[in-house]
Design a protein around this ligand. Structure first.
Ligand code: FE2
Length: 379
């Protein structure tokens, strides 16, 4: 893919999102993992995802196995290879477990492929139709940053559980959901000086617009630095913040990710809830580990964000962060990496009007951590 970074000035202009690529939502997110069966158990047990569909030897798939889980509108696909060699093994070897596919739900997968490839996207695969007794699904795919791909899924002609090739997955083990509703945004980490190139890709190839008023400046403290811009499709259902490392006095978290992932990839998936206190309580009870928020964060947070509906005490107890923008406020917190390498993590977010991404928390959180370090003499 070639992009010319001079053709769009994303810092200054807010290009209107174009409608040549109407997106209905995120269809699924597929991770390539070392052991899909055990990963599926983790997402059921710790995260309350429900079993939906399965493909493997029993369904005629010879080289890989996939488990599909869902919670409200969120669908995760976990895929592991059954044989040596091949692209799934190569992906896991290079990146560890991680997101391969961010699938987008569309009305017309053929047109989506044509519109994007004609604007410079590199094809992952051409439009194809797959069928079974429940109907047909049309799919096509394009490459994005790193080895990540977007697959366009047209499923209006299908009424099976997931898609042809999969069968319903039923089990007696069904832990309760934890109240996760939909994917709010998915963040990509890209290499040094590549943020603008990939923002331009989403603008030019996919018709996204930059949400220019949020997170468009350096997010930095004295020690930690990153740059971030947020790209959104026209209806706002798909939001992809893109981060690149920035020089600081210590190695940035983005740089650490790039080192361990061996390139660009999905950094975090933000999952929305209507009741963050209940959701986070349950996740913690089930063993999900969150980033530590020092108590000092809560000493000044209400001065920064003003009045909120919630009591501060449970938020403090659970380490939930608060940020405000012109439209309202949001509650959020971040897990530790959920894989062996320090790469991908999740965010839990509850929006109360705010449409931004918690920019105020980056600085406040990093500075609170640094204050703690200073008190220990370790900064
Ligand atoms: Fe986020």
């Amino acid at each position: 893919m070639n992009t010319d970074s001079s053709s769009l000035q994303l810092n200054k202009v807010v290009p209107e999102a174009e409608d040549f690529l109407p997106l209905l939502g995120t269809d699924y997110v597929e991770l390539y993992v070392g052991n899909a069966k055990q990963a599926a158990h983790y997402y059921q047990s710790a995260w309350g995802f429900q079993p939906l569909a399965y493909a493997g030897l029993e369904t005629g798939m010879k080289d890989r196995v996939s488990y599909v889980l869902e919670q409200d509108k969120i669908r995760l696909v976990l895929t592991s290879p059954l044989e040596p060699g091949g692209e799934v093994n190569a992906h896991i070897d290079k990146h560890g477990d991680g997101v391969k596919v961010v699938a987008l739900w569309v009305d017309d997968a053929t047109r989506s492929w044509k519109e994007t490839t004609s604007r410079g996207a590199e094809s992952y695969f051409e439009p194809k139709t797959i069928k079974d007794d429940h109907g047909h699904v049309v799919m096509s795919g394009i490459h994005t940053y790193g080895e990540t791909v977007h697959i366009f899924v047209e499923r209006s002609g299908y009424n099976g559980v997931f898609m042809p090739g999969f069968r319903e997955w039923k089990t007696d083990y069904n832990p309760e959901p934890v109240g996760l509703k939909y994917i709010d945004h998915m963040v990509g980490n890209v290499g040094w000086n590549e943020m603008n190139k990939w923002c331009e890709f989403y603008a030019k190839v996919m018709g996204f617009a930059q949400l220019v008023s949020f997170d468009d400046k350096d997010i930095s403290t004295e020690y930690t630095a990153l740059m971030s811009k947020v790209m959104s499709n026209g209806n706002g259902r798909i939001k992809f913040p893109i981060n690149e490392p920035a020089a600081g006095r210590k190695k940035s978290q983005i740089e650490e990710y790039i080192d361990f992932y061996n390139g660009a990839g999905v950094q975090h998936i933000a999952l929305a809830t209507d009741n963050i206190i209940e959701t986070v309580k349950q996740l913690k009870d089930r063993g999900v580990e969150f980033l530590y928020v020092p108590e000092t964060y809560y000493e000044t947070v209400l001065d920064r964000v003003g009045d909120i509906d919630e009591d501060l005490e449970p938020l403090k107890e659970l380490g939930i962060l608060i940020d405000r923008d012109e439209e309202g406020y949001l509650l959020q917190l971040f897990t530790k990496p959920v894989l062996d390498r320090p790469t991908m993590f999740f965010e839990i977010i509850q929006r109360k009007g705010a449409q931004s991404f918690g920019k105020g928390n980056f600085k406040a959180l990093f500075e609170a951590i640094e204050r703690e370090q200073a008190s220990r003499g370790t900064l």
